[in-house]
Design a protein around this ligand. Structure first.
Ligand code: URP
Ligand code: ZN
Ligand code: ZN
Ligand code: ZN
Length: 466
C-alpha cells in the first residue's frame, strides 16, 4: 500500500512535535499515524527526528562574478552539498546581466540545472536591468509562470539600482504579487570608504569589513523599507547582520508594514576579526554585509528568537579561495575590493542552527523548523506542498540525529569551495538521511544515486500574511 514507511521517528513541524510513522505513496505523505504497515521499504528511525526537509531560499549557484572568477558550485555540486546538509529544496538566483532579457537569463540557468540536481530547485530573479520592456512585458509574464520573487541590489557595480528603478520594479511586484527581496547597502558610501582606505594603503581583506560598516546597511535598510512603503509592497530584507538594521524592520512593522527579515549563519558565528588574519587568509570570510562583532551576533540570535527574522538562510555563495585570493587572483591580492563577495554554507546551515540554537536552548525545535523550512515555503509560494510534514505534502523528509556530534571540516563537506569558514566547529545534531519526494538522496553524509532526481519548482505568490 505504501512505497515507504518511516517508522518510529519523532515528527517535528513548525507547530507540533509527536510520535508517528510516516507512510509515503507516489512521492507524497499518504499517512501519519501509529503502527503503519504494508510497505515495500521500511526505514527504522527510532531516536531520530523527522523534520520537513530544509528549504534554503538564499543560495547562489553558477552565477558569474565580475572579473571572470567562476563560482565554485554548479548545480550538481551545489545540490549535492545541499542534500548532504539535510536540504530538500533550494532557491538559487537567476541573474540578469545588464542588456540581457530575463527569459534569456532563465534559459541559461535552466540549461545548467537540467538533469543535474539532487534536490528540488526554484529560481528567484535578480533584476539588474529593469528596462520598460523587462518591467512591462517580461516580468509580469514570468511571475505568472511561477518566478514569484525577485532580488534587487542597492550595491555592487553592474547590479545596484537607483531608487527610481527600485520603485518602478516594486510597482510591478505590487501588480503581480511577486515578493521583492533587497540587498541593502549604500553603494556610494562604500565607494567613498573604499577610496579613502586605498589612499591610506589599507588593502588587506579586513578592510572589506571596515568599509561596509553598520550605517551603510542601516541607511539602505531604512531607504529600502521607505521605498516599499511608497510603492505599497511587502519587502524581504535579506542577510541582515546587526541590531540597527533589525530595528528598522521592527519599526516598520510597528507602522503596520509587511516587512520580512532574513539572517544567516555567518552573522551568528563569525565576526570582522575573522577577516583580520595573516596575508590573504581573511579572504575566506569576505561576504556582504560583513560579519560584525559579538554584540551583533547576540542581536541576531535575539531576532531569531523573537521573530524579527522569519527565515534563516545560508546565502551560500561559494568561491575557491585559491581563485579569489590565492595565487590565481593577483587583483584580489592587490585590494580587498577585488575579492569576490560570498562564502559557502548550504551544507552547514542546519547543523549550526540546530547545535547553537536548539541544543543550547535558544530556540525550540519547532522554531528551528519554521526558520529553516516552513517560513521559506510560505513566503516563497511553496506551501503546503513543501515546508511541512502533513498528509498530501511532498515526502521531503530529513531524518535528523539530535545527539550526533560532528566536527565541521572541509574534508566532510561536498561543496565546490576549497574551504569552510566553520572549520573545526563542533556541532551536536546532524542529518542522517535526506528524502526528496520519498526518495533517499543522501544517506550518512553521502549522496545516494545519480543526480537528476531534483525537479524545477514552479511557485505561487507567497503567503504574506494579513
Ligand atoms: O557576499 C555575499 N553575500 N555574496 C552573495 C551575493 C549577495 O549579495 O547575496
Ligand atoms: Zn545580497
Ligand atoms: Zn546572497
Ligand atoms: Zn563525501
Amino acid at each position: 500500500m505504501y512505497e515507504t514507511i518511516v517508522k518510529g521517528a519523532t515528527v517535528v513541524t513548525a507547530a507540533d512535535t509527536f510520535q508517528a510513522d510516516i507512510g509515503i505513496a507516489q512521492g507524497r505523505i499518504a499517512a501519519l499515524g501509529r503502527d503503519l504497515r504494508d510497505a515495500a521499504e521500511v526505514i527504522e528511525a527510532d531516536g531520530l527526528l523527522a523534520l520537513p526537509g530544509g528549504i534554503d531560499s538564499h543560495v547562489h549557484i553558477a552565477q558569474p562574478s565580475g572579473d571572470g572568477v567562476v563560482m565554485a558550485d554548479d548545480f550538481a555540486s551545489g545540490t549535492r552539498s545541499a542534500a548532504c546538509g539535510g536540504n530538500t529544496t533550494i532557491l538559487p538566483f537567476c541573474l540578469q546581466q545588464r542588456g540581457q532579457r530575463l527569459r534569456e537569463a532563465l534559459d541559461d540557468y535552466h540549461a545548467l540545472a537540467a538533469g543535474q540536481c539532487h534536490v528540488d530547485v526554484g529560481f528567484h530573479l535578480i533584476l539588474a536591468d529593469p528596462t520598460p520592456h523587462v518591467l512591462g512585458q517580461e516580468l509580469p509574464a514570468l511571475v505568472a509562470e511561477g518566478y514569484t520573487s525577485l532580488k534587487l541590489f542597492m550595491t555592487y557595480e553592474g547590479l545596484a539600482l537607483s531608487d527610481r528603478q527600485i520603485l518602478d520594479t516594486m510597482d510591478v511586484a505590487r501588480e503581480t504579487g511577486a515578493l521583492v527581496m533587497v540587498h541593502a547597502e549604500n553603494e556610494d558610501a562604500i565607494r567613498f570608504l573604499w577610496d579613502k582606505a586605498e589612499r591610506h594603503g589599507e588593502t588587506a581583506p579586513k578592510y572589506h569589513a571596515a568599509t561596509r560598516p553598520v550605517p551603510v546597511e542601516r541607511e539602505a535598510t531604512h531607504r529600502a523599507i521607505s521605498l516599499a512603503e511608497i510603492a505599497g509592497v511587502p519587502l524581504m530584507v535579506v542577510h541582515v547582520s546587526n541590531r540597527e538594521a533589525m530595528e528598522e524592520i521592527d519599526r516598520a512593522r510597528r507602522r503596520g508594514l509587511k516587512v520580512f527579515g532574513e539572517t544567516c549563519p555567518q552573522y551568528l558565528m563569525l565576526t570582522a576579526e575573522d577577516l583580520d588574519l595573516e596575508g590573504m587568509e581573511g579572504a575566506r570570510f569576505v561576504c556582504s554585509p560583513p560579519p560584525r562583532d559579538r554584540a551583533s551576533q547576540a542581536a541576531c540570535w535575539e531576532g531569531l528568537e523573537t521573530g524579527i527574522f522569519d527565515v534563516f538562510s545560508s546565502d551560500h555563495c561559494p568561491f575557491r579561495w585559491e581563485d579569489t585570493a590565492g595565487k590565481q587572483h593577483p587583483k584580489g591580492r592587490q585590494s580587498f575590493r577585488w575579492i569576490p563577495n560570498g562564502i559557502p554554507g548550504v551544507e552547514t546551515r542546519l547543523p549550526i542552527l540546530f547545535s547553537e540554537g536548539v541544543r543550547k536552548g535558544r530556540i525550540s525545535v519547532n522554531r528551528f523548523v519554521a526558520l529553516t523550512a516552513t517560513n521559506h515555503a510560505r513566503l516563497y509560494g511553496l506551501y503546503p506542498r513543501k515546508g511541512t510534514l502533513a498528509v498530501g505534502s511532498d515526502a521531503d523528509i530529513t531524518l535528523w540525529d539530535p545527539e550526533r556530534r560532528c566536527r565541521i571540516s572541509q574534508s566532510r563537506l561536498h561543496h565546490g569551495a576549497d574551504y569552510t569558514p566553520y572549520e573545526g566547529l563542533e556541532v551536536e545534531g546532524w542529518p542522517v538521511r535526506t528524502m526528496v519526494r520519498g526518495v533517499t538522496v543522501a544517506l550518512e553524509g553521502e549522496i545516494v544515486g545519480p543526480s537528476g532526481h531534483g525537479r524545477y519548482l514552479r511557485r505561487h505568490p507567497g503567503r504574506l500574511g494579513g
